[in-house]
Design a binder for this molecule. Structure first.
Ligand code: ADP
Length: 467
């Protein structure tokens, strides 16, 4: 038999394929072969055309995306016959509400067929994750009533927030269901006892996410502050938690606001890291920059998941910013969130700023939010001696060399001291030697010299500070 592909045979073959495709198309004019349309499936489940139902919508905070998935799974999972189906139709469904999808599915059955469920793997801890439903329809019965729930991880129409849309013949069942989802989110929260911060812009739909960070471990000996300073901060933050019951019994409130202020590089963040590390099991949300706008949600979450801590870093940077909603200065939103919580909530708000002067008028206008303001100053001579010893660790510097370095660095910050030690090690390494006292002296001399004015400023040392 001759197997050669001649142009004539190829033409005949392609013509056969075309006829076959046309026949398939005319048999199901608006439907891809083998794909079920959405409306009949939902109608069969609900017993009525879903387009006649009111849609109950619940928008949830971005911070609670994974909790939303956990709560929905728990509620839906109570019906062993529950089903989860996806919706085909590409990007367009992302931009439509459930009722719009249903209207379109009615007019063009092929546009939104039943399809695969979209999943998204999301972090539940520094090294754990969970497969979450990114776009899917749950079909089940709650108290014998049929329910359809569209679950989206990030809705384009709601600034990337997770959204639930419910179809149910009973409005009461739909309402009760969404209330239960909210309760389960708190009861089963994956944020409880975790330290979380935000990645990207919380306002970039779909992209922003919660980042779980390992709880830091900074021993108190490594925090070098003037005598009594760390003790005062610890008493307010850790002490109140420790004596929670005694305080409550005596009718005292637990909620506390602590402000750490001082020049950059003096250890405000360092102190925060120590406090977070010393609070195992406490739920911590770290907000800085634009994420400070999430303070209201963070405060609500903290209340639900207490004991909790909300860290608001560099608050002065948002003093001038207006929030996206309402145009209130973000700083006031931050301060109002501090006030919004019940007094007996075991929640600490930790604020840091390099510019107490910017914050003070706002705090004075909203009194009672911060119960302790502590200055984290430039280290004094004894402080610098401790810092040089701390960061020299096991390096072979003599006590005299360390003291001389401390003497020569008046007005410098703690981060400057840390960098001076590294510079000394680097100078020695470049010369192929073990580090010694001379390297430390050279490093300090270099870094305090005229040519490194900008370096000093970047390490937090004020432009005017001279040695
Ligand atoms: P700030 O938040 O005040 O701008 P940081 O806490 O970020 O300063 O300081 C930067 C680094 O310098 C810290 O990670 C720490 O290693 C070191 N450091 C700063 N202050 C101190 C301090 N008081 N005691 C010990 N180390 C410090």
């Amino acid at each position: 038999m001759d197997d050669a592909v001649t142009p004539a045979r190829l033409r005949d073959f392609l013509e056969d394929v075309r006829v076959l495709a046309q026949a398939a198309q005319s048999a199901h004019p608006e439907q891809e072969p083998g794909v079920a349309p959405l409306l009949p499936l939902l109608t069969a489940h609900l017993g009525l055309d879903p387009r006649t139902f009111a849609v109950h919508t619940l928008e949830l905070p971005v911070l609670r995306r994974v909790d939303t998935d956990v709560a929905v799974a728990a509620v839906v999972g109570e019906d062993p016959a529950a089903r989860l189906v996806g919706v085909g139709g590409g990007e367009q469904r992302m931009h439509m509400s459930l009722s719009e999808i249903l209207q379109h599915a009615g007019s063009w059955p092929g546009q939104f067929p039943v399809g695969p469920v979209d999943y998204h793997r999301a972090a539940t801890g520094p090294s754990t994750s969970r497969q979450t439903v990114a776009f899917g329809l749950h079909l089940w019965h709650a108290d014998g009533v049929p329910v359809v729930l569209l679950q989206r991880r990030a809705s384009m129409r709601h600034n990337g927030a997770p959204v639930l849309e419910v179809l149910c013949p009973s409005d009461d069942v739909a309402g009760a269901l969404l209330t239960r989802v909210r309760a389960e989110m708190d009861a089963r929260s994956t944020l409880r006892g975790q330290v979380v911060t935000f990645s990207g812009s919380p306002f970039d739909p779909g992209e922003a996410g919660v980042v779980h960070v390992p709880r830091p471990s900074v021993p108190r000996e490594d925090v070098v502050l003037p005598a009594g300073t760390l003790e005062r901060i610890e008493r307010q933050v850790l002490g109140v938690a420790r004596h929670r019951d005694a305080l409550r019994a005596a009718g005292q409130h637990l909620k506390r606001g602590v402000l750490l202020y001082g020049p950059p590089g003096t250890g405000k963040t360092h102190t925060v890291r120590h406090l977070v590390g010393a609070s195992p099991g406490v739920t911590v949300t770290l907000l800085s920059g634009q994420a400070l706008q999430l303070v209201t949600v963070a405060a609500e979450t903290a209340r639900a998941l207490q004991p909790a801590m909300v860290v608001l870093e560099d608050c002065d940077l948002v003093a001038e910013d207006r929030s996206l909603t309402g145009g209130t200065p973000v700083l006031f939103e931050v301060l109002d969130a501090l006030d919004g919580l019940a007094a007996d909530a075991d929640v600490t708000f930790l604020l840091t700023t390099n510019r107490a002067d910017v914050l003070e008028p706002a705090l004075a206008q909203r009194p009672g939010r911060v119960d302790l303001a502590v200055e984290v100053p430039l280290p004094d001579a004894p402080g610098r001696r401790r810092l040089f010893r701390l960061y020299a660790a096991d390096l072979p510097f003599t006590p005299d060399a360390l003291d001389a370095a401390a003497e020569a660095t008046a007005g410098m910050t703690a981060s400057f001291v840390k960098e001076a030690i590294r510079r000394a090690v680097l100078l020695a390494a470049e010369d192929g030697r073990h580090v010694g006292d001379d390297d430390l002296a050279s490093a300090v001399q270099e870094m305090t010299g005229d040519s490194e004015r900008i370096t000093r400023s970047l390490l937090g040392v004020g432009a005017g500070a001279d040695v």
